[in-house]
Design a protein around this ligand. Structure first.
Ligand code: AMP
Ligand code: MG
Length: 336
């Protein structure tokens, strides 16, 4: 199917299509793939030229390493040196939204890891992408399928909107279940687990599973990435419209200057209707559940970004669990 002049083809997950996509990947093409976190832009991880194309299509700086998607621990072992802690977590959380950073084997291209001695590995849970990994037999490097710095794609139409003119294929797997990028845990030194990025699998849960505390990376003062957490930029996931956050549960006093031209996004649907002339009201969840808010956050940011508001005011999530991951993304979306 061609979308009004765009080059991208949207394919459903029939066996014939998966074979076609596996061949496209094997011959060095890029394919956007669904995962339970966000849509990824995939290439054969061991094909350096194809991986280089990921960076150029996204406009992603080469200092920002890629996550490699595998079928499971045995596949991971071909690319990295596993340790007991890593195996324990793979057995508990794979397939699922946990990326583990480990020492890489020498044949893994430096381009993937931005020159680091480590590689980030994940086994996704989405059935179509699992099948594609299986059919192709490839490890797939895949960052989010969007232009660098913009809001990550959680629906096939987000991929088409952002990359439709730049890539040949997107595999349609429906809306993403989780809606936020994976948790990233550094385990190159199993004695010192480090949380590089919060996600649906929380730091608390990982600490319990490992039986030891999980550290945070060194604090970041500027956009120059700290040595142990490359690519974690202060400003990221950003709509073009200015985003301002307010505390969970706080009553926002609106600057008179914004008035009707602003959108306000509550964490939970408000229990009352207001018809006061003022900002347009939206919410991240009906239920107040973090998982529901996580699933909606990027889609809502994209929709609001297209509606011409002068500002978007967003209530933070409650702290803890997936709330920390939501707040991490919101804080980066609001950074200037
Ligand atoms: P994404 O842009 O969602 O694909 O996530 C990629 C992120 O994973 C990068 O921006 C890094 O923060 C992190 N990452 C990937 N590889 C490594 C690595 N070898 N060491 C530390 N962090 C990594
Ligand atoms: Mg991304």
């Amino acid at each position: 199917m061609m979308e009004n002049g765009q080059r991208i083809r949207i394919l459903d997950g029939s066996e014939a299509n998966l074979r076609l996509l596996a061949e496209a990947l094997a011959s060095g093409n890029l394919v956007a793939i669904p995962t339970e976190t966000v849509y990824g832009l995939a290439a054969n991880a061991l094909d350096e030229a194809a991986c280089r194309r990921i960076f150029s299509v996204k406009g992603r700086p080469l200092i920002d390493p890629l996550i490699v998607h595998v079928t499971g621990p045995a596949h991971a072992e071909k690319l990295a040196f596993l340790n007991d802690m890593a195996v324990l977590l793979m057995e508990k959380f794979w397939p699922g939204p946990l990326t583990i950073v480990l020492k890489k084997r020498p044949h893994v291209p430096d381009l993937l890891s931005a020159g680091l001695p480590t590689v980030a590995l994940r086994c996704p849970r989405h059935p179509l992408t699992r099948r594609l990994l299986q059919i192709s037999g490839l490890a797939l490097a895949a960052p989010s399928a969007n232009r660098f710095g913009y809001v990550s794609p959680t629906r096939v139409e987000h991929v088409v909107a952002g990359l439709g003119e730049r890539i040949d294929y997107v595999l349609n797997g429906g809306p993403c279940d989780i809606g936020l990028e994976s948790t990233i845990l550094g385990l190159a030194d199993p004695e010192k687990p480090v949380l590089f990025r919060p996600g649906a699998i929380s730091r608390e849960v990982l600490s319990v599973a490992l039986g030891r505390p999980v550290a945070l990376p060194m604090p970041r003062e500027t956009d120059a990435a700290p040595a142990d957490a490359p690519g974690m930029l202060k400003r990221h996931y950003s709509p073009n419209t200015r985003v301002t956050l307010f505390d969970h549960g706080a009553n926002l006093a609106f600057p008179a200057s914004v008035g009707k031209k602003a959108a306000i996004v509550y964490f939970t649907r408000p229990s009352y209707e207001t018809d006061v002339a003022g900002p347009a009201v939206f919410w991240l969840s009906e239920s107040g559940r973090g998982e529901e808010a996580a699933r909606n956050v990027f889609d809502l940011l994209r929709r609001l970004d297209g509606m011409g508001y002068e500002g978007i005011f967003i209530e933070k999530a409650p702290e803890g669990g997936i709330g920390d991951a939501i707040n991490d993304r919101l804080t980066r979306a609001a950074a200037r």
